[in-house]
Design a binder for this molecule. Sequence first.
Ligand SMILES: Cc1cc2nc3c(=O)[nH]c(=O)nc-3n(C[C@H](O)[C@H](O)[C@H](O)COP(=O)(O)OP(=O)(O)OC[C@H]3O[C@@H](n4cnc5c(N)ncnc54)[C@H](O)[C@@H]3O)c2cc1C
Length: 418
Amino acid sequence: MKNWAGNLDYASAEVRRPASVEELAAIVAGAGRVKALGSRHSFNRVGDTDGVHVLLDALPQTIELASDRQSVHVSGGVSYGTLCRSLEQSGVAIHNLASLPHISVAGAVQTGTHGSGVDNQSLAGAVQAINLVRPSGELVSLSRADGDEFLASVVGLGALGIVTGLELAVQPGFRMRQRVLENLPWDRALGNFQQLVSSAYSVSLFTDYAGDSISQVWLKALDTEQPLTELFGATAASDPRHPLPDMSAENCTLQLDEPGQWLDRLPHFRHEFTPSKGEELQSEFILPLEHGPAAIEAVRSLAGKLAPLLFVSEIRTGAADEFWLSPFYRQQSVALHFTWKPLQAEVEAVLPELEDLLRPFGARPHWGKLFSTAGHDWESLYPRFADFRSLASAHDPDGKFRNGLLDSILGVRAASAR
Ligand SMILES: Cc1cc2nc3c(=O)[nH]c(=O)nc-3n(C[C@H](O)[C@H](O)[C@H](O)COP(=O)(O)OP(=O)(O)OC[C@H]3O[C@@H](n4cnc5c(N)ncnc54)[C@H](O)[C@@H]3O)c2cc1C
């Protein structure tokens, strides 16, 4: 099996597709090493194992709205695309979405996947309860009332259990409009950064860091927000746009302020458009919002080296949350995302330099994208990191859910815990 980007072959010796949670629990209990995969949209080996890979697509796919219409229960293999169509039919919505809807809910939440918006938490922010299979095969349910165990497990890199279900908060469905503005001068953008990124429900800036201006500003506004056709010198595009200047916008969600449902505006790409694989790589670094302008200036100093490797970069924001390993843990954040050309060796060569530039700003790498494993002081980046490591060792003393990448992040387990 390969991941979506095709940049890695998974190392598993066996792939299983259990048809029930009981079968899944038995597989986990009997395996030496085991890991779940979602839709395989991660770019690194966070989901890899040299043991058994379990795919949850043969489990009953359930989406059950609670009778009070405040939450929905979703089983482990469901994608956001499927979930959102079902929620829309029931007249409810989730608060935010990533750039594409094809990713699995469980896999996205486990890596801290996010959309944009200064007041919008990552997708994990909606999680109210989680069902897990522990290494012994034991089934556990954790909710917000369980405190630390819950806060550790939601963004858990698959290290604390295999997620068989999630309860997500929902709200009444809402309508949105999307508009792309072009050619935002850098000096105006950085001089008015907080106002810029707060100018709509969700704001994304697309750039290659070179030149005097940001090429595109994507504004996703609620129906109740004032439409904007000019912003700090950027002006409205006359036709629909793709984030890449040479690409047709036909696969992008509708723009030009045409009103539509939340699920048809929040992602950049349409659900009907299903790329089976991608000719791209990605990295992303999340840091405190107040450092945004200085961090972006630092990245601009590297524009000459980045530009030949970049398709495009996207700058987004997110609200603080309480999940121990969330890149948004207790900080309102800006996320600097890089869509690279499929040149892995060259990208890996430039990443340490980029990370050195971003380190003084407390940049936390996206768990599902490419980053260097060396040079990150995880304990200072994540105040509850040591607690997470202890919990992972306590729940998984034999390292069933571990792999090389997790060992390099969490540290090789102490002899007593093996
Ligand atoms: C084209 C593209 C666009 C993207 N856009 C965004 C974006 O807008 N915002 C953003 O933040 N990220 C984005 N990403 C990154 C992506 O959201 C994350 O990598 C996410 O983890 C992918 O979900 P998945 O289901 O494919 O997970 P996988 O890659 O399959 O797995 C990721 C991790 O989750 C674990 N996992 C999966 N399922 C389970 C389970 N049931 N129980 C326990 N652990 C599990 C795996 O073991 C692994 O550790 C994008 C990726 C691509 C390819």
